[in-house]
Design a protein around this ligand. Sequence first.
Ligand code: BEZ
Length: 398
Amino acid sequence: MTTFTALTSPRPRAAVVAAITALATVLYPVLTLAQGTPIKVGLMLPATGTFAALGDAIEKGFRLQVQEQGGKLAGREVQYFKVDDESDPSKATDNVNKLIKRDQVDVIVGTVHSGVALAMARAAKESNTLLIVPNAGADGITGAQCAPNIFRSSFSNWQPGFATGVVAAQKGYKRAMTITWNYAAGNETVKGFTEAFEKGGGKVMKELTLPFPNVEFQALLTEIASQKPDVVFAFFAGGGAVKFVKDYDAAGLRRTVPLVGSGFLTDGTLEAQGAAAQGLITVLHYGDNIETPRNNAFRNKYAVTYKANPDVYAMQGYDAAQLLVAGLNAVKGDLKQRDTLIAAMKKAQIDSPRGKFTLSAQHNPTQDFYVREVRGNYNVVTGVAVKALADPGRGCKM
Ligand code: BEZ
């Protein structure tokens, strides 16, 4: 006959205690090892092409914040894995999967180009990998494609477009033409501009585009000269912005048709643009001369570390790391406490060089947009275009 021993009998209780002790002995080094292992950070940024300098500045900004944390994140060493995305959307899924599947990173930071970032967001959502976008403004990332594990430290394309539209309308311009690359960032920025400009009483007469990253502007500049609008709104960045501003000036248009833009037109580009950019008015969530102790400290440390002045991209990279620090500190570096980490990132108030900001419900910065004027090699803040501008987060279900 089979006899059963009650669970409360002394012998099995001793056995359970012994088993737990044995398990703890086995697990303790594993758990300690998890805390002792480096946090794997995947940097997917452009290292080549028209946005290469932007990627470089973002990485420098990110590393500067890590350096300020003693070279660690929540006490853990940091191991970097890098992929050059070439600002090429057709390679984006393969590239991001190198970080997700091959390197099995804990968090991805990237990228600059909206089309590439949309593919990254898809892959991050499917694999539930933590993603922090340090530049790309694609509206969908914090709109229709939003997800609990996707955050942005920069802006949505709608935001700088809208804020520039407000300023152009306030200046009394009535007839505008727009010019940009035909991809998500260009088209969505123009849409934001048009929304505010037309609300303010203006009319966009014509939208001019060329494929990304082409810089053959001549035919389009000829069309602007013949249509003679009151103002031209442009979205270009990086190497393309340098060429556009120089070509606009060389065509003699600056004397006849005022040019305004979202601030990417003149950020990180002024040394190369020289006299052609002097006096240009742009609108952005950063400026070189924000006179706060926070911005001064950031600019000084960046200059000492890299022998260069920071720009908006460096600042966004720095803040991507600040956002990650807010999450990791809340869980003492334990990435397995995902819900707590995400909750801390969601409610973080980031003490940014641009000024303090919080995130919208869709994880996009709610922030001030500044009017800037190019003076020498600086984008000098001359006023505030829109205070605490929140992206509408259209289509986000979260
Ligand atoms: C974008 O593709 O989203 C972008 C690129 C450069 C500057 C700003 C936005």
